[in-house]
Design a binder for this molecule. Structure first.
Ligand SMILES: Nc1nc2c(ncn2[C@@H]2O[C@H](COP(=O)(O)OP(=O)(O)OP(=O)(O)O)[C@@H](O)[C@H]2O)c(=O)[nH]1
Ligand SMILES: [Mg+2]
Length: 225
């Protein structure tokens, strides 16, 4: 009975990974997903050491508890090598959504970006094959107008090389009023993926996606570790 209880508990864990090469904006996106707003010090850059693990708990129908985990991976090469190597099972198992953030103002680094995106997709294929994948062409406010089409094409190339029906793409910026809507759409898709996974495990979730998102918004952040 005890084992069954812990199994059920485990099944109400939603896991999201936000990743990108250093300075791409992953912590900014992670903070917005968890808190719904930008933190007051968002302009000050603090490189993430290893990773941030945010947890947000919320209650569904009948007071059932859900646990939303968000791993914001530090983007320095040494960390990304570790996450896609030795720590790959820990980081990439049980994942419902990977949000891969690209600093679109730095096209000269795209080869490096592509390398880590490929490695992360392979980790997901191995440990979380049903995960949704989102690519954000972030910091789009910094792309000079003349380069916009070229940058889009470069990023689309990254996607085409790993073409998968699960990959969604959006152009984002903290300065674009569309950002909260894009993040809402990402959350919706993540909850859909989670619901489907649970159904396939024979543990259907009774709440609708709208209910889950509402409950998530009212959830309690248990801090960042
Ligand atoms: N212009 C612009 N700056 C942004 C945007 N998003 C984030 N930034 C800034 O970019 C810098 C880096 O953002 P972070 O979110 O800390 O980057 P990170 O990907 O977490 O970096 P690591 O922790 O090193 O992996 C910060 O100074 C942010 O304020 C954006 O859309 N446009
Ligand atoms: Mg960071």
């Amino acid at each position: 009975m005890r084992e069954k209880m812990s199994y059920l508990k485990f099944n109400r864990q939603i896991k999201v990974v936000v990743s990108g090469v250093s300075f791409a904006g992953t912590t900014t996106i992670a903070d917005m997903l968890i808190h719904g707003t930008l933190p007051p010090n968002w302009k000050t850059y603090h490189a993430t050491i290893r990773y941030n693990h945010y947890q947000k708990d919320f209650s569904g129908n009948n007071q059932k508890k859900y646990h939303f985990h968000l791993f914001d991976l530090g983007g320095q090469s040494g960390y990304l090598d570790n996450f896609t190597g030795e720590l790959s099972e820990f980081i990439f198992s049980g994942v419902d959504g990977l949000i891969f953030v690209i600093d679109s103002s730095q096209p000269t680094f795209f080869a490096n970006v592509l390398r880590y995106f490929d490695l992360e997709k392979n980790c997901l294929k191995r440990y979380s094959p049903t995960s949704s994948i989102f690519v954000l062409q972030h910091k789009a406010d910094l792309i000079p107008k003349v380069d916009q089409q070229k940058t889009r094409e470069l990023i689309q190339d990254i996607l085409i090389q790993g073409k998968s029906p699960n990959i969604a793409y959006a152009e984002t910026s903290i300065h674009f009023p569309s950002l909260p809507t894009v993040l809402d759409q990402i959350l919706e898709k993540i909850f859909e993926t989670f619901k489907l996974k649970q159904e396939n495990l024979g543990q259907p979730i009774v709440e609708s996606i709208t209910d889950l998102i509402q409950a998530y918004r009212n959830g309690v952040v248990k801090g960042k570790s």
